[in-house]
Write a protein that binds this ligand. Structure first.
Ligand code: FAD
Length: 364
């Protein structure tokens, strides 16, 4: 067994783990090993639709989104496409909730706004507006390439001396007297006092190795790719049929779309109702990945009290790719003992023990 030591071990090489590595490197903390059991980005990150939005209902998520967008804008080669998110709304109850959220977003400087159904159709003329009562749009929202983000962060971290090890599954976390002593893979033992859990949907299993309970579970979600665009303009927004969860955006020469359904046949019902041309398009590829679901659809971020120096970020519930710039920065600041730029303590895992769920309503 190989032996080494590190001030910090990050477990997981997705958008979050690499973001933590990048931000630690930026803070001058370079005695760090990142362990990824497979390849960088091979978990949920590479399966993601890559969407980012400022349109959330929870104030903390809007603040995370603003900070994350600023982070994404600083990265090279991530194909940032700010074409906006268009939410389509089909009930007065949802419209009222979106209006309330728009007021919150605007109070924080977000240029989101309500659109009439006609204005939504002007953006995406191919939609069937049947049953819609309104829409919202924010021009700063959009999508990027998740693998590009992982590579940009990993490059930045590796350049400054952070050791990135792929093909290394963490199988043990050694704890003595309430302190972490080492992390082990089948071929390596790394003496360390600090672990950052960035293991995505598998964070519950990883935390359990240190006797910690993180309430996160994997929920399989599918995406489909058509090489044909059906005439949708290049700058078509990421469009979301809020009630059904069906969404689509342009991808290369074609488009990508997904929803809550497990099969293409089931998804075809809400999808072709809202975007009828989809029924005519060829499907070239379908794939799935896990949403890391938390009990209240909000992230689980923080540091446990025991054992000492175990930090975690998971439970993103479908909006993890876009939150990882700010959450990675936050975890790096906690590791380094700095005052965090954002107070994310309301997202601590302790909230579940206290029975204080913090629901994010705008989940896709
Ligand atoms: C179909 C789909 C569409 C999505 N669309 C969006 C979207 O539009 N916008 C958005 O913001 N989010 C979206 N998401 C969610 C997003 O993909 C995730 O929230 C995000 O990628 C989580 O990143 P992560 O780094 O925390 O986890 P992951 O990318 O899953 O990384 C965790 C890594 O940990 C590794 N690992 C696990 N256990 C161990 C271990 N014991 N030892 C070593 N390594 C380990 C895994 O191999 C994995 O690579 C989508 C997800 C899916 C499935």
């Amino acid at each position: 067994m190989k032996r080494e030591s590190a001030e910090v071990v990050i477990v997981g090489g997705g958008a979050l783990g690499t973001s933590v590595a990048h931000h630690l490197a930026e803070l001058g903390v370079a005695d760090v090993v990142l362990l990824e059991r497979d390849q960088l980005g091979s978990g949920s990150t590479s399966k993601s639709a890559g969407g980012f939005r400022l349109q959330f209902a929870d104030e903390l998520n809007v603040r995370i989104a603003l900070r994350s967008l600023a982070g994404l804008e600083r990265l090279d080669d991530v194909d940032l496409r700010q074409v906006g998110y268009l939410f389509l709304i089909d009930s007065d109850g949802d419209l009222a909730a979106f209006r309330e959220a728009l007021a919150l977003q605007q109070s924080l400087g977000v240029p989101s706004g309500e659109l009439s159904v006609e204005e939504a159709l002007a953006l995406v003329p191919q939609l069937d507006p049947d049953g819609l009562v309104g829409a919202t749009f924010c021009p700063l929202d959009g999508y990027a390439t998740p693998e590009g983000v992982v590579q940009a962060y990993a490059r930045s971290a590796a350049k400054r001396g952070i050791r990135i090890r792929q093909g290394e599954p963490v199988t043990e976390i050694r704890v003595t007297g309430g302190r972490i002593e080492a992390v082990e893979t089948p071929s390596r033992r790394i003496a360390t006092g600090t672990v950052v859990c960035a293991a995505g949907a598998w964070s519950g299993e990883l935390a359990a190795l240190a006797g910690i309970e993180l309430p996160v579970s994997g929920q399989a979600r599918w995406l489909h790719y058509s090489p044909a665009s059906g005439g949708l303009a290049d700058d078509t927004p990421m469009t979301i049929d809020f009630a059904t969860g069906f969404y689509f955006h342009r991808e290369g020469p074609g488009l990508v779309f997904g929803g809550r359904e497990a099969t293409l046949e089931e998804l075809a019902v809400p999808a072709s109702r809202r975007l009828p041309l989809l029924a005519e398009l060829p499907i070239q590829a379908s794939w799935w990945g896990y949403y890391e679901q938390s009990p209240d659809h909000n992230a689980i971020v923080g540091e446990v009290s025991e054992p000492s120096r175990f930090l975690y970020g998971t439970g993103f519930s479908g909006h993890g790719f876009q939150q990882t710039p700010a959450v990675g920065e936050h975890l790096a600041q906690l590791v380094a003992g700095l005052e965090p730029a954002l107070d994310l303590s309301p997202f601590s895992v302790d909230r579940f023990g206290r029975g204080e769920l913090r629901e994010e309503r705008f989940v896709v």
